[in-house]
Design a protein around this ligand. Sequence first.
Ligand SMILES: [Zn+2]
Length: 339
Amino acid sequence: MKIKDVINYLEQLAPPQYQESYDNAGLIVGDKDTKVSGVLCCLDSTEAIVAEAVEKGCNLIVAHHPIVFKGLKSLTGKNYVERTIIEAIKNDIAIYAIHTNLDNVYQNGVNQRIADSLGLNNTRILAPKKNLKRLNARIKSDEASRLQEILEKEGLDHLNLEWSMLGDWTSIALSFNYSSAEHGRILHALQEATGREVPYTSWDIRESDPNIGSGMIGELPKAISGLEFLKMVKEKMQAACIKYTDIPERKIKTVALCGGSGGFLLPYAIGARADAFVTSDYKYHEYFDADGKLLIADIGHFESEQYTIDLLQEIISRKFSNFAAYCTQVKTNPVNYLV
Ligand SMILES: [Zn+2]
């Protein structure tokens, strides 16, 4: 099993096209044709993580946060980013990051894991991406099942294909909605299934895609007081401390959340009438924006995303049995609390 096999699988679940424009998810260090000896899952790649990978015999680190965001002009070891990369290269260890693409998927995503930890029901994406397209094409009836197979293989089996038989019974009309990021892969699948360039028409539609986007919202099984809610979140998310705004008088039932820096989603949380919004990295002035409309709870960036480590380990070990996938034992949280 090669590194590219692991990457292909992860990218079926969280396609790289779903990442935000500022992001740098993907293979950052290493050769994708190398055979995998073991995988170490973590939130942040650091020198300590590379050392742990060496010790555990893993030549692939799968991290949530990319170690490199911007271009490097030199590689001399003057900071932890450069030292981590140098150590990884010296030890033949690849570093792969699965970041906002994993944040932006509904299933198997960062936010679903947080919602599960908090026991939310009826979860849905808080800010679905508005980039849906629709495609119409005509293919032969016997190509239809082949297309279905290829779509499944390509991780596109969530597409809701609508078939209708045409008069001559040898061809069928096919139409479905999809996310614009999937356009290229769909055309490729059509070509692979039919062995030719299939004429098609496609156009943008205004609806948003409920399976892709930022944040999540859901309901607690029963409404609880703001203080009970904060205590529950502190325990479930193993937060050393929670920073929060004034507790509203009403009980907490609908909860919006976003792993990592989710402050930009506050208008969506308020718009969706959430009673509480759980995220991290709030700044002083931003707390004022709660404005009595809901309870903001800042639980810490690391704390909000810590279960992503288990999520990655589970995803990889469920699929691959010929090498081990580990959760890191190193706590990479750079923030400490004096309590
Ligand atoms: Zn993060």
